[in-house]
Design a protein around this ligand. Structure first.
Ligand code: PHB
Length: 399
């Protein structure tokens, strides 16, 4: 309440200035524009490249959440802005600055790629703009570089894979090869995998990698065939994941060396991958087949609106909308009342299609991780791999 008063007073005092400004043809003072007009929401997402589908699913999910609330945030209309970040880390700062400085967004929703997220994180920390991460799992965003104005609604890169190793060892697969794109997401997914797998008694016989977004897997698949491990575990996503699954089968490895993965491997790609995906076991914080009223209602609404099936990215976008709605409602649309806005978002329980989750102290979801298997183009839940899993948030100091 106390932190609300100054902004109100400012508005009142500047209100007189507006009348004067309007009569002299000057622009509205920024503070009045920010309070009385539309909330400016900027999407910084990949709309081209191997993660293009992921960006679209996130935006769709976000818009669905908002539309289900009458299209408004805390009673205010919304104006949307968009930048295609191309999953290109070298343009991360420049693209985030376009939204923050040129478009003057109140909220930046982005992104998918961990390297690009580091650019957003810098702009968010420098500008103080509210930054909602609907996918990218880079540890630093909610660990050493955490910030009061940055909230993640997805996962940290090591969260889904932490529980994968134990499931593999339980199936008797004690010698594994790891393969991934060599960048933050793959490397940090490996961190989680290694910890869980070795703790369960597994041995990693080889780590293989290729640069993002390269999809020339052939030489590496030949190497896997020669190594003859009990199983393979991996991190790939989007278009590259579909190709990896197909190439794995085409190389004759399917049915011989079981394939496991961080669950992104089989998200949004099951039509493109076809029967080559059958039997792949993964761990993730969502599954298509969660048979709950919440998930069923979400899937129906999404399918009706967008004429396509939702995946984990759609859920994360949807939850980003739900989180922002909770925050904006708590401050009745006055999103400049940052202390109260952040407090409401920190205390939020998100009633998500993935199951209810809460926000950790470092602003990352505390959530269940499901064990899934692909059957007939669906990720079927076969167990809970980890209950209410929180990231360590190591090194996060807010404020
Ligand atoms: C990431 O770069 O953090 C990333 C990208 C795609 C995923 C998951 C993580 O599916």
């Amino acid at each position: 309440m106390t932190s609300r008063l100054p902004s109100r007073r400012l508005i009142l005092s500047q209100g007189a200035a507006v009348i004067g400004a309007a009569s002299t043809g000057l622009l509205l003072p920024e503070i009045v524009r920010a309070q009385s007009s539309k909330v400016r929401v900027g999407f910084m997402l990949p709309y081209t490249g191997t993660f293009a589908q992921l960006g679209v699913a996130i935006e769709n999910g976000f818009r669905l959440a908002i539309d289900q609330q009458g299209g408004k945030l805390g009673g205010r209309e919304i104006e949307y802005f968009k930048v295609d970040d191309e999953s290109d880390p070298s343009k991360g700062i420049e693209n985030a600055s376009k939204l923050v400085q040129r478009d003057k967004v109140d909220v930046l929703v982005g992104t998918v790629h961990s390297g690009v997220q580091m650019g957003i994180q810098k702009v968010a920390r420098d500008s103080g703009v509210l930054s909602l991460i609907p996918n990218a799992g880079v540890h630093a965003a909610t660990r050493g570089l955490c910030a009061p104005n940055v909230f993640r609604t997805s996962f940290t890169n090591s969260q889904p894979t932490r529980a994968l190793g134990a499931a593999m060892v339980a199936k008797g697969h004690k010698k594994a090869v790891w393969i991934t794109w060599k960048y933050a997401a793959g490397d940090e997914a490996f961190e989680g995998f290694k910890e869980g797998y070795t703790a369960a008694g597994g041995t990693i016989v080889k780590e293989l990698g290729l640069p993002f977004p390269n999809v020339e897997f052939q030489a590496l698949l030949t190497e896997i065939a020669a190594l003859r491990p009990d199983a393979v575990a991996c991190f790939f996503a989007g278009g590259g994941a579909a190709k990896f699954i197909r190439d794995y089968a085409a190389a004759g490895l399917k049915g011989k060396i079981p394939l496991y993965g961080s669950g992104f491997l089989t998200e949004g790609v099951l039509d493109a991958a076809g029967p080559a995906a059958d039997g792949i076991i993964t761990t993730l914080h969502y599954s298509d087949s969660l048979d709950t009223p919440r998930n069923n209602a979400f899937r129906l609404a999404y399918a009706k609106t967008f004429r396509s099936q939702p995946d984990v990215y759609a859920v994360q976008g949807y939850d980003t909308g739900l989180l922002l709605i909770q925050g904006a409602n708590a401050v009745k649309g006055d999103i400049n009342n940052k202390a109260a806005l952040y407090k409401a978002m920190e205390g939020a329980t998100i009633d998500s299609p993935r199951g209810k989750w809460t926000m950790s102290k470092s602003h990352n979801p505390v959530q269940d991780i499901y064990l899934r298997v692909v059957e007939n183009k669906e990720n079927k839940v076969i167990g809970i791999a980890a209950k209410a899993l929180a990231d360590s948030g190591a090194g996060c100091k807010m404020g």
